[in-house]
Design a protein around this ligand. Structure first.
Ligand code: DWN
Length: 408
């Protein structure tokens, strides 16, 4: 067992589960012969701070750089989701032209563009230059940098303290998470609020959606682990909202300790996590076993369909699909092509050993295959609504995680 240290509390943790050799989830390649980086995707669980975490993390520049492939605005549903967060934040925290809003991991400006339109002073911080450039074109004020205590101090000196710090689908991406949480505590006004939103450990365990696990997702947070992290910097979660986005996320509302009453929703979520055993390593050993069952079930289903002469394609090339394809050993012998609407992925091949060609989802309507694996299963409603004709013409969708079923 490779002993490593928990990145939050630094105590020694053991390897809990391994997915074998994996590529960087968002490293889509232009040529099948392109040289790729592989690493051992191993998971550890810290029983002190309850943090579920990737043990060995590749160099962050391999994951977050000028070619970052994920564009948040590829989903109109997600655009509305962030618009709602912006509108509610402005109302709940009475944000105005004298306020200051910081977003850590601002991606292509999908959240801050609404804050910008309301003329509220703001700053987006993101490590990937390509998405910063897209945000800048929307008029969003951005800083292309990693957020940490140093950049937080510079922001504080230049702009002052923040009323609201938002960080959605980011906290699970950051290796030096202590520096981020400490930086937020330095930058936040005494009565300020931090809102983070990330894939929920509870939902991942309940759905057996192991595809949430890849190098970029260095942590899968729970209320218990997120509270332990912010507790180090005299802050606490005072409210929580759970949603179905990105396979099931929790939105945590965090403030300086003892500033606000802890909501009943937090108490109930805490009870839920405890009854699911999210503080016990045995829960994750069971999770690992169910991942391997899921791998066998999906591989056998697809191989059976292929042996019956069926054509199989994929829809959506999310980072999650890299884990499924490489963990289950699925390549272009099984899936002919994957359709996706991201300009950063179209025309490329999926990472690792899968090497499946990605085509523009506009071409999906000409697809004659009978089966389509919905790798972007977390966008099921939006995609099945968009691709009604495939189903109408007898096409069947295969959900690759959870109970792996064919939907007609
Ligand atoms: O934390 C992260 C989450 C929030 O987003 C990052 N690690 C990166 C990313 O993860 P992901 O790549 O799994 O995200 P999605 O949103 O599940 O990816 C969906 C994929 O499907 C994208 O490549 C876009 C594509 N898509 C499409 O082709 N047509 C999506 C929709 C909604 C569509 O209609």
């Amino acid at each position: 067992m490779s002993n490593k240290n928990c990145r939050v509390c630094k105590k020694e943790i053991d390897e809990l589960m391994s997915f074998g050799k994996m590529p960087i989830a968002n490293s889509f390649i232009l040529d099948k012969k392109d040289k790729q980086f592989f690493f051992d995707l191993k998971i550890g669980f810290c029983e002190t701070f309850f943090t579920f975490q990737v043990i060995e993390i590749p160099d962050k520049k391999k994951m977050f750089n000028e070619n970052y492939a994920y564009l948040a605005s590829t989903s109109s549903v997600m655009k509305n989701h962030w618009q709602e967060l912006g509108d509610n934040s402005i109302k709940n925290y009475r944000l105005n032209k004298k306020s200051f809003v910081v977003e850590v991991g601002s991606n292509d400006g999908i959240f801050l563009e609404n804050i910008h339109k309301k003329m509220i002073p703001h700053l987006g911080v993101d490590a990937s230059k390509n998405v910063c450039d897209i945000a800048k074109k929307k008029g969003v004020n951005v800083l292309n940098a990693f957020f940490n205590t140093e950049s937080a101090d510079n922001i504080k000196k230049k702009y002052g303290l923040a009323d609201l710090i938002v960080s959605t689908n980011t906290m699970h991406h950051i290796e030096d998470i202590n520096s981020v949480a400490e930086g937020m505590s330095l930058l936040l006004k005494d009565d300020g609020v931090i809102i983070t939103e990330d894939p929920s450990l509870k939902e991942m365990i309940k759905k057996n959606s192991y595809d949430q696990i890849y190098a970029e997702h260095m942590y899968i947070w729970s209320l218990a682990s997120m509270n332990s992290l912010f507790g180090k910097y005299n802050m606490e979660i005072f409210d929580i909202e759970n949603n179905f986005f990105h396979g099931g996320c929790s939105r945590y509302f965090i403030g300086k300790k003892d500033k606000r009453p802890i909501s009943e929703k937090v108490r109930l979520h805490e009870k839920d996590e405890n009854s699911l055993g999210l503080k016990n390593v045995s829960t994750f050993k069971k999770f690992s076993k169910s991942n391997h069952k899921s791998k066998t079930k999906l591989s056998e289903l697809l191989k059976k369909l292929k042996s019956e002469g069926k054509k199989i394609v994929g829809y959506g090339a999310p980072a999650k699909s890299t884990t499924i394809l490489n963990f289950c050993g699925i390549d272009s012998n099984i899936i002919d092509v994957i359709y996706d609407n991201s300009s950063t992925k179209i025309g490329k091949f999926t990472p690792g050993k899968s090497l499946i060609k990605i085509k523009h989802s506009d071409e999906f309507r000409f697809e004659k295959s009978q089966f389509c694996v919905l790798f972007a299963w977390n966008h099921k409603e939006e995609i099945l609504n968009k691709e009604k004709n495939f189903t109408k013409n007898g096409g069947k969708w295969i959900l690759p995680v959870n109970d792996i079923k064919i939907i007609e």
